[in-house]
Design a protein around this ligand. Structure first.
Ligand code: BES
Ligand code: ZN
Ligand code: ZN
Length: 494
């Protein structure tokens, strides 16, 4: 699907005209242009509330006219609701080409960038379905093109052409992450994930370093090796780097790449294991964010470091009681083989810190605990740096990929200590999301660090009314690309 800004209102080549109407804004321009809507607007008591819709035929019966409510211009939930409604109406009426005709005075409504980001993004990302395994006849009809046309004077300057190109790059990245995460775990195995990184590196001309089992052993990356011991696939640690000619900052991104989390010998229950193909959501997100950073030509070095493996039971599996020595000499006692994420992330954080980036942002489906108390629309943010956390919280507000900050209290560190090694990987008692954050922070060498736990938000078992539908959401992509774009603008010292 293409979304673009139309230069002229060209109604010849479209099947539907969408007319967005804001709560409290003057309806007269709408009625003047589409008088056939007058009767229905009165009869239905249409007020422009988000989600309201009127579908009617144009006077010549050649196209549909859809009046949709956009609600309050500064309410992100309204904007999202409206875009989702536009897509569902177009899909339900099998419409391929539509124009969105803004008639109300947008300058008076003072629509800001946040409105346009979310309005456009949710057109793109609501029009997603994972249909790779559906037979043809079930395939969802795809919309070809939506063009936006602004009637009110000067308003076309509000949204430049380049903005649409930018959002398309970002939103395609979201949908690509969804495809990767929704893929079956049989296909999306560690080899497939490595191949996906290689393919993207080639496509976007990025530097790539791939360590497989032999190199991991040589370098002492023993976390990912231990977790992957019962998998028939070789584990991997990948570094994918986007290095622009001119850069204002360097950022390391770390993403958890467990292509399936069975729990290992501490086997999960059937319901606990459902959806565990999504345990590589962090890896998929940082892959696509790095690719998007290069497509957007951001002046920021982005180093994505991703450990990839499967957590399986089996005769070679790592066991409770084992002790892993990391390549920074720290030792960790294994208490629970299902707390595997922090082990491979420790390897990745060590590698990421080597380049001494301005900050490390790590994205992982790490703990059920975070899903338990923040639900499926807010992710947990932890970290050791106030400026970095504040910037990420801001990006969360702007994109609707919301974060809630949890503390990393020094005194809680006691509960991650082991009696027989430096640290243990589980058995922490309460607040396990926070203690997992403290564990990771032990491997970041005091570099500004943010840990984002997306266990609740990356993959949904049922539709979420706010931002996404069942299955993979691509959470983190819009958030972190907004963060990188803001960093380019503000160059804040992290
Ligand atoms: N991958 C899971 C976390 C998870 C849970 C992700 C639910 C998505 C949805 C992780 O590896 C895990 O199993 N964590 C355990 C840790 C515990 C054993 C300390 C958990 O949170 O239960
Ligand atoms: Zn686990
Ligand atoms: Zn896991």
């Amino acid at each position: 699907m293409k979304i673009l800004r139309g230069q002229k209102l060209n109604l010849k080549d479209v099947d539907a005209i969408i007319v967005p109407t804001f709560t409290g804004a003057d309806i007269a321009p709408v009625l003047r242009c589409y008088p056939e809507a007058d009767f229905f607007i009165r009869r239905q008591g249409f007020t422009g509330k988000a989600g309201e819709e009127i579908v009617l035929n144009s006077a010549d019966k050649k196209k549909s006219i859809v009046i949709v409510g956009v609600g309050q211009p500064d309410c992100l939930a309204d904007t999202v609701k409206c875009s989702k409604k536009v897509i569902s109406v177009l899909a339900a009426n099998k419409i391929k080409k539509a124009v969105i005709h803004f008639l109300q005075d947008l300058e008076k409504l003072a629509l800001g960038e946040v409105f346009w980001i979310n309005f456009i993004d949710f057109l793109f990302i609501s029009h997603y379905s994972f249909d790779a395994y559906k037979t043809n006849k079930n395939k969802q009809e795809k919309i070809d093109r939506i063009s936006l046309f602004f009637d009110s004077p000067n308003s076309s300057n509000l949204v430049p052409h380049s903005f649409f190109k930018e959002r398309e790059i970002i939103d395609q990245s979201v949908n690509r992450v969804r495809d990767l995460v929704n893929e079956t775990p049989a296909r999306m195995n560690p080899d497939f994930m490595v191949a996906e990184f290689e393919r993207t590196a080639k496509e976007c001309d990025l530097d790539i370093l791939i360590l497989r089992e032999k190199e991991l052993q040589e370098s002492g990356y023993n976390g990912v090796l231990a977790v992957g011991k019962a998998s028939p696939y070789e584990s991997a640690l990948i570094r994918l780097s986007y290095i622009p000619d001119v850069s204002v900052k360097s950022i390391a991104l770390v993403g958890k790449g467990i292509t399936f989390d069975s729990g290992g010998l501490a086997l999960k229950s059937m319901s606990g294991m459902a959806g565990m193909k999504s345990d590589m959501s962090g890896a998929a997100a940082v892959l696509e964010i790095t690719a998007a950073a290069s497509r957007l030509k951001l002046p920021i070095i982005v180093d994505a470091v991703v450990p990839v493996t499967e957590n399986m039971p089996g005769q070679h599996a790592y066991k409770p009681g084992d002790i892993i020595t990391f390549n920074n000499k720290k030792t960790v006692e294994i208490v629970d083989t299902d707390a595997e994420g922090r082990l491979l992330l420790a390897d990745a954080l060590i590698m990421a810190a080597e380049e001494n980036p301005d900050c490390i942002i790590e994205l992982s489906t790490l703990t059920g605990s975070v899903a338990h108390f923040l639900g499926d629309a807010v992710a947990g943010l932890m970290g050791n740096n106030e400026t970095l956390a504040a910037m990420l919280l801001d990006s969360g507000q702007r994109t609707g990929e919301r974060l809630w900050r949890l503390p990393l209290p020094e005194d809680y560190k006691e509960s991650i200590q082991s009696k027989i090694a430096d640290l243990k990987n589980a058995g922490y008692g309460r607040a396990s999301a926070i203690k997992a954050g403290l564990f990771l922070n032990e491997f970041t060498q005091k570099i500004p660090f943010a840990h984002i736990d997306i266990a609740g938000t990356a993959f949904l078992s049922s539709d979420n009314t706010f931002y996404a539908h069942e299955g993979a959401t691509g959470f983190g992509v819009r958030l972190l690309l907004d963060f990188l774009q803001e960093l380019e603008k503000n160059k804040k010292i992290i």
